[in-house]
Ligand binder design. Structure first.
Ligand SMILES: [Ca+2]
Ligand SMILES: [Ca+2]
Ligand SMILES: [Ca+2]
Length: 776
């Protein structure tokens, strides 16, 4: 008995304001034979059947009992007004001693959202992987709920109405419909069984995404319970959803895959690492909704992926809005986490949700990877992409500009444009009803704070096709992304009157090997063709020309000086391991029929991956004499002892070669970047992995250097396996091997990946990953 008293009490306390006066509700006498009403009594064959395929023996009689327009009872008054309180018979306390009311106004006793992770609702909505016990559904697709009343439901005379409300926005009264309108709000009775009814509830394919409160109105009033939460997400499986993606393997990858590969390095030495997006990890979905709240998106805009992704690109960086990740390129990360040490997004998102303050620190791949997590968690197909030799056009003229003095020495204070060795951003998939036809599909968004758009640090969505064709008038922020992938590199020399003249244009310097993880495998997929026409093609020149015209600057004005008869190429060894010397070779070719003398300057500087160089630490000059038609190479060695104290985060260096040909006055200029390779971690798993059973993994690192690495630590995590964890190991001696042993208990079955990284004061960017097959 006490159980029912308790339930009745909570029922009234959360009911509509007219009833919830806070008085205790005493007795609540269960009726004779009242064993029904438990959710377990519901039919179990409730397969996904939009359009009203009712279960066997369904008493549902189409026709009479639907509620046209949603919330209006046919009897005249609204259902909400028709509760018994109006007659004084169900005032709290007033009916306590009455017997049950088999014929009274229909009163909801309980609502079961059928939300279990392995249940039909969550499996058919592809939400069963979320480590969250709420009902999570994708919009535009029906789900079932079971409603239990105090007496049998009479389809001929009873009405019920499902109400969904997002925050304080206008509640949605889900109308009863005879057939589900594809992608429209609607409700149908699937089955009745004694006091239970099984309802199909269909949400609009334009519904705002978020945490809704569900309530049910019946003849006796509205049943509210704060526990009745429904999380509604975007739906790539629904044809009428703006993020619909008509390809199951793509959806598996771009919505459901929790693990990604992120590419970095240089176009010649592409590195790759695994990343735990972890969009299904416990707490992540709430963090993501928190981000939307912090981003201040109105409920009306929360259904629009254009607005939502633009706000995500703003909120993932901390600029303007105290968003998720604080960027730093300083090399000093002591008061946070070194950007290269993160192994996944989960830690970052959970920390942000807990503290409400930006998490330190990130660089482009961290911003992009967290963005992918947010996109996939919300159900928007998304991927992380890497562009090599990515220009950052700081003055909006759509060219990457490099300035030299009269002697062809770089003018670092004037060179504000830069080329990042690589830069990461995101593609996300949606229709673009706001643009002329043809721009639906992949859209680029970039969450790394680089340049403001309408006054805030956000970027995109910009249709990838518009970027490809140089249509920089197509919103949003297409000029910026166009410049990243296809700006011309223009070299200027200061003349004696202090003005600059163009001395060289490289049309192919920017935007190479645009990469993303392939669908269904760990291979690298080259998607450069989506972002630009082939270098050297007429279409590519047309795109650059088009962009320049929209940018108000015709390339016709840009006449490079005659390129001359001496050519210059630079090669460096591929993938030199940390600790080894590096050999660079500069080759000059004389294409003329005369002798040529070239004065050459070479400068090597350590660079941050964003293209910003430290002051050069090695400079050489020489003079090269070339006979007609002759080619000559000049070698340059950069010893480990020279670079070891110089290196910053990503172990990259830039060689700038410039020169003047004595006889012709021709200017030569070339910038070449190269990268030092760091070692990999080895991960060994001991024993068979089963859900709920502890297993052991050994993670091994060998110091390749003759020097001690200080303040070493490992980051370890894997979705469904191991929550993010940091293990401090202190100093690692010269050439020493260390290992750590991690014990963890897999939470989910299937193929999982365990990832680890190692960082120290002297060396970071050390990663490892291994597959683990987890049995049920
Ligand atoms: Ca921001
Ligand atoms: Ca520029
Ligand atoms: Ca180009």
């Amino acid at each position: 008995m006490a159980r029912y008293v308790e339930r009745k009490k909570s029922w009234w306390l959360t009911c509509c304001s007219c009833c919830s006066r806070g008085e205790d509700v005493e007795d609540y006498v269960r009726g004779p034979g009242g064993t029904g009403g438990r959710p377990s009594d519901r039919p179990t064959d409730g397969s996904y059947s939009p359009g009203g395929e009712y279960g066997p023996g369904g008493e549902y009689t189409p026709g009479g009992e639907r509620i046209p327009g949603g919330n209006r009872a046919t009897g005249g008054g609204t259902i909400g007004e028709n509760h018994e309180g109006a007659n004084g018979t169900s005032e709290p306390g007033s009916n306590g001693n009455l017997p049950p009311m088999p014929t009274g106004n229909l009163q909801v006793q309980s609502v079961d959202l059928l939300k279990s992770r392995g249940g039909e609702n969550r499996r058919s909505h592809h939400t069963d992987e979320y480590e969250c016990d709420e009902l999570i559904v994708r919009r535009g697709q029906p789900f079932q709920i079971c409603v239990t009343f105090q007496r049998p439901f009479n389809p001929k005379s009873d009405q019920v109405c499902v109400i969904l409300q997002l925050g304080n926005s206008q509640p949605i009264n889900v109308p009863f419909v005879s057939e589900f309108d594809v992608g429209g709000w609607g409700c149908q009775v699937a089955e009745t069984s004694g006091q239970n009814i099984l309802l199909w509830v269909n949400t609009s394919a334009q519904a705002a995404v978020g945490k809704y409160q569900l309530s049910v109105r019946s003849g006796a009033g509205t049943y509210n319970d704060s526990k009745l939460k429904v999380y509604i997400l975007f739906n790539a499986w629904c044809r009428t959803d703006a993020v619909f993606m008509d390809n199951e393997p793509w959806r598996q990858e771009y919505v459901l895959n929790e693990i990604g590969r992120i590419y970095y390095g240089t176009e010649h030495q592409i590195g790759e690492r695994s990343w735990n997006y972890g969009q299904f990890n416990e707490g992540v979905i709430d963090s993501v909704f928190y981000i939307l709240d912090r981003g201040g998106i109105s409920p009306a805009s929360r259904g629009d992926p254009i607005t939502v992704t633009r706000v995500i690109s703003a909120m993932v960086n901390s600029m303007d809005d105290n968003g998720v990740v604080a960027g730093s390129w300083s090399g000093e990360y002591a008061d946070g986490v070194n950007p290269v040490a993160w192994v996944g997004s989960v830690d970052i998102l959970l920390k942000y949700h807990q503290t409400g303050t930006p998490v330190k620190y990130g660089q482009c791949w961290v911003f992009a990877a967290v963005t992918t997590t947010v996109l996939r968690c919300l159900g928007i197909p998304g991927r992380t992409i890497t562009n090599f030799a990515s220009a950052h056009d700081t003055d909006g003229n759509l060219t990457f500009d490099v300035y030299f003095d009269e002697n062809m020495k770089p003018l670092e204070d004037k060179n504000s444009d830069s080329v990042w060795n690589y830069h990461c951003w995101n593609d996300c998939w949606m229709t673009r009803p706001d643009l002329p036809a043809g721009y639906s599909g992949w859209q680029a968004i970039d969450a790394t704070p680089q340049e403001t758009s309408n006054g805030i640090y956000c970027c995109g969505p910009s249709p990838v096709l518009a970027i490809k064709n140089g249509l920089v008038n197509i919103k949003y922020d297409t000029p910026f992304i166009f410049a990243e992938v296809n700006s011309d590199k223009v070299f200027y020399q200061r003349t004696s009157n202090g003005k600059f003249k163009k001395v060289h244009v490289e049309e192919r310097a920017v935007g190479h090997c645009i990469s993303t993880k392939a669908v269904g495998s760990n291979a690298r997929e080259d998607i450069t063709y989506l972002y630009k026409h082939p270098e050297g093609s007429a279409e590519e020149r047309k795109a650059v020309q088009t962009a320049a015209e929209y940018g108000g600057k015709s390339l016709a004005e840009v006449d490079a000086e005659d390129t001359g008869d001496i050519s210059l190429t630079v090669e460096s060894q591929d993938g030199v391991s940390m600790g080894s010397d590096i050999n660079v070779r500069i080759t000059l070719r004389n294409g003329s029929g005369s002798r040529r003398t070239v004065s050459l300057s070479m400068a090597v500087a350590v660079m941050y991956y964003n293209g910003v160089c430290k002051e050069s630490f090695k400079n050489e000059e020489c003079s090269v004499l070339l006979n007609p038609g002759e080619a000559k190479s000049v070698g340059m060695k950069v010893a480990y002892s020279e670079y070891r104290t110089q290196l910053v985060d990503q172990s990259a260096m830039m060689l700038t070669v410039s020169g003047i040909v004595k006889e012709s006055g021709q200017k030569l200029a070339k910038q070449h970047t190269f990268r030092i390779r760091t070692p990999d971690l080895i991960i060994k798993v001991h024993g068979e992995a089963c859900v709920g059973q502890q297993i052991v993994a050994e993670i091994i690192f060998q110091n390749p250097l003759q020097t001690t690495l200080h303040n070493g630590c490992f980051h370890v995590e894997g979705p469904g396996l191991q929550r993010p964890k940091v293990v401090q190991v202190g100093d690692v001696g010269p050439l020493k091997t260390i290992s750590i042993t991690e014990r963890f208990t897999p939470r989910r079955c299937g193929r999982r990946q365990l990832m680890a990284s190692f960082e120290s004061n002297e060396m970071s960017l050390v990663h490892g990953v291994t597959d683990i097959d987890v049995q049920e």
